[in-house]
Design a protein around this ligand. Structure first.
Ligand SMILES: *[C@@H]1O[C@H](CO)[C@@H](O)[C@H](O)[C@H]1NC(C)=O
Ligand SMILES: *[C@@H]1O[C@H](CO)[C@@H](O)[C@H](O)[C@H]1NC(C)=O
Ligand SMILES: *[C@@H]1O[C@H](CO)[C@@H](O)[C@H](O)[C@H]1NC(C)=O
Ligand SMILES: *[C@@H]1O[C@H](CO)[C@@H](O)[C@H](O)[C@H]1NC(C)=O
Ligand SMILES: *[C@@H]1O[C@H](CO)[C@@H](O)[C@H](O)[C@H]1NC(C)=O
Ligand SMILES: [Zn+2]
Length: 482
């Protein structure tokens, strides 16, 4: 009798300690993830507007004081850093425009969205990596989501049409409804959702305007709509949400207040340049005519006190920008607020970006909430490159090689005892710990049983054998039932 019971307890011990962590893989140990990007949301845009819903998610989740986008502070390069965890020079999407200096062709931001050859440079974005590890992913207007990577496309991908309105609040809400249905009705695991505001208003009207404050109120109402919709779809305990952006915005300095940068004052475009990308905010690139590089460089180098001019090889390494074949031989950028004008001043924007990512005006937002995030947690500023390993961790996905680190973001999460880069989720880890604790308790029970039973048998020797056996049967009964 006694040996039989101990054997069963031992079997239970083994089952708990060994079998649980192996069979766990079949059950989902991660939550769903929605990443929303509001283009050009400067880090402090919520500080001069009432934003009750952003305030609510700060209380219910995580807020970073600000985050630093990569250089160049532009939409496609920065979004692609977020979704790949790679510096811009490594993922190769170095500008919003796709261009070919041989054919002199340029393609606009929207035109590039269907052009795999611009995005697919050997670095896999998270959608594809997650899909290859069994997750169902989607991209709603997110830059890069419409391309193929190593021949694979994102399972569900909507690309912004050319006529897409940027600020239709009804359409914004519809997009939230669509995405939440992907999660609930089609069991998506990971979706990225993109909005073109407040970037558009920031460019057209400038960041320090009532129009910009108005669009922030609209964004805040949309976040309120999202919070309610998450509840209505019963996703509150299953969905993590990250709200972020790609860069900030600054007011462009114009004559007569300042002397604007106009490159044709210092160089002859006809004589010196073969191809250029200028008139595009705070950053530009030039391909000199053969043999003209030094002349062009010397003519520009000290031309304007607020113009920075570099040969590609000498561009500061900390920007992680210039070591890419697509970068043209001469890189220029302006001090904050100085647009790079080329031949004429045709530029009309009131606000722009593309400047040094060290300026506070280029910093952007990071908010997060959901079951895996701490509540009311204020995170220190970090580089947006670290969002990638965080997303992998949340989705239980093994990251690709990347330039980010979980060390900058893991404090936002509930339990951080796990080492980074593990594929198994938190729940599995806890199961294993629970199994060990349970096993220890059972071992003690076994010891007590082993000691107690002979003692009882001796004490009750006067009773009949039958009685003693019945008693032991009862005692062992519950243990034999599991
Ligand atoms: C992208 O391709 C889709 C499908 O072919 C098409 O409907 C859409 O207009 C294209 N969008 C752009 C921006 O080229
Ligand atoms: C992606 O690949 C699919 C299947 O090969 C193809 O039909 C589609 O046109 C490709 N899309 C792009 C944007 O290259
Ligand atoms: C805004 O979007 C809604 C829903 O897509 C549409 O019905 C409405 O016509 C749009 N409004 C404008 C002004 O474009
Ligand atoms: C450009 O080249 C032409 C012909 O070589 C020359 O006449 C002209 O002075 C040059 N202009 C500048 C601004 O260097
Ligand atoms: C970025 O990550 C890639 C892939 O791990 C690596 O090859 C590269 O050296 C990293 N770059 C930097 C600047 O650390
Ligand atoms: Zn942008």
């Amino acid at each position: 009798m006694r040996n039989h019971s101990i054997l069963l307890l031992t079997l239970f011990f083994l089952k708990a300690a060994v079998c649980k962590p192996i069979t766990k893989n079949e059950k989902k140990s991660f939550n769903k993830l929605l990443v929303i990007s509001f283009d050009g949301f400067r880090w402090d845009y919520d500080q001069d507007v009432e934003t009750p819903n952003l305030d609510y998610i700060t209380k219910e989740g995580v807020k970073a004081k600000y985050i630093t986008p990569p250089f160049v502070t532009m939409t496609s390069p920065s979004h692609f850093t977020t979704i790949t965890g790679r510096w811009v020079e490594e993922h190769g999407v170095i500008h919003n425009m796709m261009f070919n200096p041989e054919t002199l062709k340029k393609f606009s931001f929207k035109e590039t969205q269907n052009k795999t050859e611009w995005w697919d440079n050997g670095v896999l974005p998270l959608w594809i990596t997650a899909q290859n590890q069994g997750r169902k992913t989607g991209s709603f207007h997110y830059p890069g989501g419409g391309a193929n990577y190593s021949g694979q496309s994102v399972y569900r991908s909507l690309v912004e049409s050319f006529s897409h309105p940027d600020s239709n609040e009804t359409e914004w809400r519809e997009n939230i409804d669509i995405v939440l249905k992907w999660f609930t009705e089609e069991n998506f695991d990971f979706v990225t959702l993109y909005y073109g505001e407040p970037d558009q208003v920031g460019h057209l009207k400038g960041p320090e305007t009532e129009e910009r404050r108005t669009i922030i109120r609209q964004i805040d109402r949309t976040i309120g709509y999202l919070i309610n919709a998450i509840e209505a779809h019963n996703l509150k305990d299953k969905l993590n949400v990250i709200i972020t952006s790609d860069h900030g915005m600054t007011t462009i300095k114009k004559a007569p207040n300042v002397e604007e940068v106009l490159l044709s004052k210092y160089i002859s475009f006809k004589n010196l340049t073969k191809f250029d990308i200028v008139d595009y905010g705070g950053h530009g690139m030039i391909l000199p005519k053969p043999g003209k590089e030094e002349e062009l460089y010397q003519a520009l180098k000290n031309a304007h006190p607020h113009l920075h001019v570099y040969k590609k090889e000498e561009f500061p390494a900390h920007f992680h920008y210039a070591k890419n074949d697509r970068i043209l031989p001469i890189i220029v950028y302006g001090d904050l607020g100085y647009n790079i004008n080329g031949r004429f001043i045709i530029y009309v924007n009131k606000g722009d970006h593309g400047f040094d990512n060290n300026y506070m005006d280029m910093k952007t937002i990071f908010r997060a909430f959901g079951p895996d995030f701490k509540k009311n947690y204020l995170a220190e500023p970090f580089d947006s490159i670290h969002i990638y390993p965080l997303m992998c961790k949340l989705l239980g996905v093994n990251p690709e090689p990347n330039n980010g680190s979980l060390a900058f973001t893991q404090e936002m999460l509930h339990s951080t005892s796990e080492p980074p880069q593990r594929q198994s989720g938190l729940t599995e880890e806890s199961t294993f710990v629970a199994a060990i604790v349970l096993s220890a308790v059972l071992s003690i029970l076994v010891v007590i049983f082993v000691i107690y039973v002979p003692y009882t048998v001796i004490k009750r020797r006067t009773r009949s054998n039958q009685e003693a056996e019945q008693k032991m049967d009862r005692r062992t009964q519950p243990e034999t039932n599991f």
